[in-house]
Design a protein around this ligand. Sequence first.
Ligand code: CU
Length: 678
Amino acid sequence: MTEPVNTGDTLTADAATPLTADATPPVSTGAPGGMKVHPLEPLSAEEITWAASVLRRDKGLAESVRFSTVELHEPPKAAVLDWPLSAPLAREAFVILLDRADGACYEAVVVLDGEGSVGSYRHLPGVQPRIMAEEFVECEQMLKGDPDYLAALAKRGITDPDLVMVDPWSAGSFDGSDVRLARALSWVRSRPGDNGYARPVEGLVALVDLNTMEVIRLEDHGVTPLPPEDGNYRQADMGDLREDVKPIEITQPEGVSFTVEGHEIRWQKWRMRIGFTAREGLVLHTVAYQDGEELRPLIYRASFSEMVVPYGDVSPTHAWKNAFDIGEYGLGALANSLELGCDCLGEITYFDALLCDAAGNPQAIKNAICLHEEDASLLWKHVDWRTNETEVRRSRRLVLSFVATVGNYEYGYYWYFQQDGAIEVEVKLTGILSTGALAVGESSPHATVIAPGLSAPYHQHFFNVRMDMMVDGPRNSVVEVDSEPVPVGSENPLGNAFITRETLLGSEAGNARLLDQSRARYWKIVNPGVTNRLGQPVAYKLEPGNNSMAMAQPGSSVVARSGFITRHLWVTKYDPRSVSPRASTPTSTQAGMGCRHGSSPTGRPRTPMWSSGTRWATITFLAPRTGRSCPWGASASCSSRWVSSSATRRWTCLRRRATRPATAARRRATAGRAAARR
Ligand SMILES: [Cu+2]
């Protein structure tokens, strides 16, 4: 669920070329025509402005038209992989428009070359773009002026609408019409600044047309008293704080080990590009691994392409709830501006995200993507007990992350790149539960009671990762690997033997796969045309993490909208048009991560941090020395100490990295390493 919370600033003329009525091409991007930048480099502020003005000029857009998306239209894969040897590629913008006058959605490609032109433009019947931030504000304001809504609040003893919070939940469109539906739920603060999610207005649902901003139907399913307790979580509300926590500092006195050029990142043997879209947030492009003289491709494109949060409660306030937080709200558009010392700790490099506002102006989210390297415990170790020789290596990993606030929830998305060639992905779920009210002392078979009169309806979170793999090239296959016991007999007299069975996932009909813990199932992405030194086809292994099955039944409204949650792995042929599992055409390899996280009274109504993850590991891909080539002792001394004399500073997020003189210990360590290099 969502409300407009990010701190994105609309760029002014200082930072972006002002919108020009005659769609004059910008003169300073260096991008169009000459294509000096990499073809996957995100659109610049000038290019976003230019694309919007070309559409206004050539399509005569009415005042009622809103820009939902202006982003890079990625060139064809073959051309990108051939770049810079391919024929010159024009920069293009992909645009989604909503005409609020009639609810029509349009999709366009704008060619940013010469004077600019509209390459394609089409109406998408029955399709609605994601809900935009301004609609949240308008919906809340509209309801607070609606006499019937105010009367329903008054019935519940709520007489100050300024304390009411409204979250419009996407409702989908089941009849193919262009009505832009939302179901608005309400909460009420006990005072300004209070956590309203502790007091849900149960039984009141407003069905709203977001285009006309009119209440289609106000459902009142009866009064349930507001929960009596507050659920405040701010530090000022906490009373006594623990005082036994000493500072942890992460320092890299010689700087970081990665380099950044534009949106290309190089670290250890990894090389990749990143992008950022309003829908997906962080996107990985052209992930490759340097193996000796050879730069070996692994992934062409990867992102979280969809997620859904279906609820399992039967009460009329919650039974319909299923939020597609990526497709319906836009994770990227809701990304946080991250804070050093709070969201990220250590030597951090930030990337801003450049999106658009409803008028088509560039809109920057400062510090949307966090890049850093961090210690990751042991990489490998062996003690030769005969000689008493020990070899041990610390592991470090490169972390790319962003955090999105989707209404009550926070989602942290983390990609980890390891020194041994593995990639891990993790989602951290935190924030506040979506709550309901019940009579004090009552319980529910479909919800956890987390405080007197306050419940957290059961629900699940499903995350879909789209992976366009290219292990040593684009021609890859997917193999399912099961471990199988061998029946007791002449081939297995002791009954202990087992084998592995590999099944090539061939036709698409058979490519929707489930996890099978009883067979220790995993999957390999294989390039049958390339072999390693043992003659085995090179492969990358997909190791599923903790997961779950959809609780919604076949034929349910949830499964009807999100069939992708019924399987853990979907293997499909490459289709560049399909970036979402909910599109009508199939997509590339899709792996789902699901969880049903706990709710408990200890966190109420904050949700305890929960994570869901998956790992891709090198299996026959890299030479065996990969991890062993890491040097001994690349970490600095951990003995430096800094004790703040300021009580408030200890407990306040450090907005700036503390600057302090190097301690003698750190100076000695640095000098020692420098001497070793000489
Ligand atoms: Cu949850």
